[in-house]
Design a protein around this ligand. Structure first.
Ligand code: HSE
Length: 340
């Protein structure tokens, strides 16, 4: 499978590192040996390599912040659209930062790639939250796949669980889906300031390019809209969903709650009522007996309610370069194995 990366930031680099570590196993276990034939990044430049890039060199270029054009045929002057059209890839990885207002430029990249009959894997929440169903239909019309495991809970399997294993309609989901704010709240409980904890989350690559999206709840909002629409079958726009972040929570309150048997968490929920799907995002003071109160640091958790299983809860890493890169790999493997 030939791959084209659009966006080579934290997640792209995380993907390359995971591919380097598991390449041998993927080949031996599944006969899967993807090649990266093009990379375009607005800051780092563009390279085309029809024979496939050397992954070690690609990873080193990221660390050393070198222009990508040194690694193969320079694509200087080509924009993302031209690269998608000219790269000869079977699959496009759309890994640019999220813009939740417009979904662009990612949505345009994805539409072009699908129309050109290339599979698309994305970690970008904007296009899935705003146009998810349309993009799935476009993929279907063109006989290719559109997968987005990394948009929610990073590499912790969620959509593949829903698609391949749960085998029943999900009625309600409730959980913690933003790693940055969960990390900040956990750190604040131990006496760190809000600013220190946020700076650490940024350093570790958990936060969005603009961390306002995390702390004001918009990242969690995008994720619950994706679940509401793509898992519960709703038709929500982000503006339909009440949303509050953690910026108005006084740190004294976050620190006092555990002493009183509670913990503050940024909680998301979506449920199917008689004839519609509704969702919300906001901080909640949970009793320590609530399983979500035990989910600390950058971990995410989601309970999915369905008949006859009741609540199935998954807990796992929800943010970070490699764990999100891992989601990209799992989507590619699903495509390779012909899973739909
Ligand atoms: N900024 C996001 C988070 C990254 O902290 O959860 C994963 O979507």
């Amino acid at each position: 499978m030939k791959l084209c990366l659009i966006g080579y930031g934290n997640v792209g680099y995380g993907f390359v590192r995971v591919l380097l570590r598991h390449g041998l196993w993927l080949r031996e276990r599944f006969g899967f040996a993807p090649k990266i034939v093009a990379v375009h990044d607005i800051r780092r430049g563009t390279v085309l390599a029809p024979e496939g890039l050397d992954l070690e060199a690609l990873a080193a270029a990221w660390v050393e912040n070198r222009d990508l054009s040194e690694l193969g045929k320079s694509g200087a002057g080509l924009d993302a659209f031209a690269v998608i059209q000219e790269c000869g890839a079977d699959a496009v990885l759309e890994l640019t930062p999220t813009d939740l207002r417009t979904g662009e430029p990612a949505a345009g990249h994805i539409r072009l790639a699908l129309t050109a009959k290339k599979h698309v894997v994305t970690t970008n929440k904007g296009p899935v939250a705003l146009f998810g169903k349309e993009l799935l239909s476009l993929a279907k019309e063109n006989g290719v796949q559109f997968r987005f495991e990394g948009t929610v809970m990073a590499g912790t399997p969620l959509f593949s669980l829903v698609d391949f294993a749960l085998a029943a309609p999900v009625r309600r989901v409730r959980g913690i889906l933003n790693g940055t704010t969960n990390f900040i709240l956990t750190q604040m409980e131990t006496g760190k300031s809000y600013a220190e904890a946020l700076a650490e989350a940024q350093r570790l690559g958990y936060a969005e390019t603009d961390p306002t999206a995390d702390v004001e709840g918009f990242d969690a909002l995008a994720k619950i809209v994706i679940l509401a629409n793509m898992v519960l079958g709703g038709d929500l726009h982000p503006s339909d969903v009440p949303c509050q972040g953690i910026t108005k929570l006084p740190s004294s309150e976050v620190q006092r709650a555990p002493k009183e048997g509670f913990r503050w968490k940024l909680v998301v929920e979506a449920r199917r009522t008689q004839d519609e799907v509704e969702a919300k995002v906001g901080p909640e003071r949970l009793p320590l007996s609530d399983p979500l109160a035990q989910v600390g640091g950058v971990l995410n958790a989601l309970s999915l309610e369905l008949d006859p299983l009741g609540a199935v809860t998954i807990v796992g890493p929800g943010a970070g370069p490699e764990v999100t890169g891992h989601a990209v790999l799992s989507d590619l493997l699903a495509i390779h194995r012909g899973l739909r």
